[in-house]
Design a protein around this ligand. Structure first.
Ligand code: HEC
Length: 166
């Protein structure tokens, strides 16, 4: 089953690779986590990360974790790299001190805040640590109609549109 799940990530990677690189991705973003993971992640983030990264991920002592500067073609992060970085290096005052579940939930939350939709399958350590899909910010306002019509999102928008300071 893990193999099948990894294929979802691999498929998304192929889609992304076929697109022209223009800072913001235009392909339907892959659904890599569940809504409940992102909700748990929001509270873990508030508790363990917001003091340095801001309550709205806007940045503070640490850099912003949402928006086109964090998740851009230029910063060139993959989901795997972000997951590994935050679970090994963060929180800065106690690196690696959270549980695996908390790190996965926080990763799900960061994906949601950067415009990735929730789906029916949970993000697992195995998927997150192998997922070489680039992390590219996808503003809700520019989400393609295809994404909005997808089953996972029907009737329940998960992405709160937020204007980011440039
Ligand atoms: C005590 C302050 C502090 C706390 C708490 C903290 N961070 Fe950080 N974080 C930083 C600083 C400073 C940097 C930039 C230095 C670096 O990259 O090592 C950073 C960098 C990052 C980056 C890389 C961003 C980039 O653009 O390079 C991520 C991702 C991240 N933090 C996630 C988290 C998460 C998730 C938590 C909560 C589990 C967290 N941080 C808690 C201070 C903090």
């Amino acid at each position: 089953m893990s193999v099948r799940l990894l294929q979802i990530c691999a498929y998304a990677l192929v889609l992304t690779a076929l697109l022209p690189r223009r800072g913001e991705a235009a392909s339907p973003p892959p659904a890599l986590y569940t809504r409940s993971q992102a909700l748990q992640g929001a509270s873990a983030f508030e508790w363990k990360c917001a003091s340095c990264h801001g309550h709205h991920l806007q940045g503070g002592v640490g850099p912003a974790l949402e928006g086109p500067i964090f998740a851009s073609a230029k910063s060139d992060f993959t989901i795997q790299q972000v997951y590994e970085f935050l679970s090994v290096e963060m929180p800065a005052y106690a690196p690696g001190s959270l549980t695996r579940t908390q790190y996965l939930d926080i990763t799900a939350f960061l994906l949601r805040q950067n415009g990735y939709p929730a789906g029916v399958r949970a993000l697992t350590d195995r998927i997150a640590s192998h997922c070489t899909v680039p992390l590219l910010y996808r503003p809700a306002a520019k989400a393609s109609p295809k994404v909005v019509k997808s089953k996972a999102l029907a009737g329940k928008p998960l992405i709160v549109p937020r204007v980011n300071a440039p």
